[in-house]
Design a protein. Structure first.
Length: 311
């Protein structure tokens, strides 16, 4: 994790005092008129009362439309792209092998690049043919599991975002350190590792995931087949978010840091449950992330209690 830095003080904005308009001269009361006929508003018009979604990022199912962040930072989850293990239909959750083998397929690499372009356009607003105001861009930081499939996804994602940035920024422009390629370089975070599913299931058919999830529902602290418990996974991933909220600061960053978390299916499933204040035992009640899917983690009021107080 980057060293803690002291954030610069935010500048207060001054608002001009507006004069109230002079009162209009009193008029004689108009003669009473017959009430106009009431026009019934079409049901379709009534339905169009909500604003369009802020971005095309999939919100956490069960949450409302994303609002202004109530946490220090904004968080985005990305599951790794299609891996060789996914293609083979097997479980690979042991760090001893997962960090060395079972990287992305060519399809998975393309998926990661697509997600990078999606983030650049939908979140950063880097649209083709439009000039970019560097001062308005938020700071982005990418953290990733050290499993090969996640690390490769994070690198391709970050490289793609950096490439899109280069298309919009003049070659001689001075950019903030956190917008440079070095600043976008993914940071390894072991708290985002895959959930360990136990030696008994390791490199077996991935249809056995369901056997563990059944036991999660009964008792989130259980360790079926030697698997890491659901509550333990939620604790380590949620603990990382608490550390970021407490300690992570980027000097002169505009607004909240956009934190991208590149991880795995179950790890992100349990983390998004924490954001929604859902017990670890019910993590399967939320929609699972697809490979390379980008999803903003917007905390519910109950979910905030999972992370605050920070002590």
């Amino acid at each position: 994790m980057p060293p803690k830095r002291t954030a610069s003080a935010a500048l207060a904005k001054a608002f001009a005092t507006m004069k109230k308009p002079a009162a209009a001269p009193a008029k004689k009361p108009a003669a009473a008129k017959k009430p106009a006929a009431t026009v019934k508003r079409p049901a379709a018009a009534e339905a169009r009362t909500k604003k369009a979604a802020r971005t095309s990022v999939t919100p956490v199912p069960g949450s409302e439309e994303p609002k202004a962040p109530v946490m220090r930072h904004r968080y985005f989850a990305i599951r790794h792209g299609e891996s060789e293990a996914n293609a083979a239909g097997i479980i690979t959750s042991d760090p001893a092998t997962g960090t060395e083998r079972w990287g992305l397929t060519s399809k998975g690499q393309e998926m990661a690049a697509t997600t990078g372009r999606q983030f650049a356009t939908d979140i950063l607003g880097l649209n083709a043919g439009e000039a970019v105001d560097l001062a308005s861009l938020p700071c982005v930081r990418v953290f990733a599991s050290d499993f090969k499939r996640a690390a490769e996804t994070a690198k391709i994602f970050a490289d793609t975002v950096a490439s899109v940035l280069r298309e919009h920024v003049p070659a001689d422009a001075q950019v903030p350190d956190w917008l440079s390629e070095r600043g976008l370089c993914p940071v390894t975070e072991t708290s985002l590792r895959e959930r360990f599913f136990g030696d008994e299931l390791e490199e077996g058919p991935n249809t056995r995931y369901g056997d563990v999830w059944v036991e999660d529902k009964k008792d989130a602290t259980s360790t079926p087949y030697g698997a890491e418990s659901a509550s333990a996974v939620q604790s380590r991933t949620g603990g990382f978010i608490r550390r970021l909220e407490r300690d992570f600061t980027i000097v002169d960053a505009l607004g909240p840091v956009h934190v991208v978390l590149v991880s795995h299916g179950d790890a992100l499933q349990l983390l998004q449950a924490a954001f929604q204040g859902i017990p670890a035992s019910d993590h399967r009640s939320l929609k699972h992330l697809n490979p390379a899917e980008l999803r903003e983690l917007v905390p519910s009021e109950l979910g905030l209690k999972s992370f605050y107080p920070l002590a």
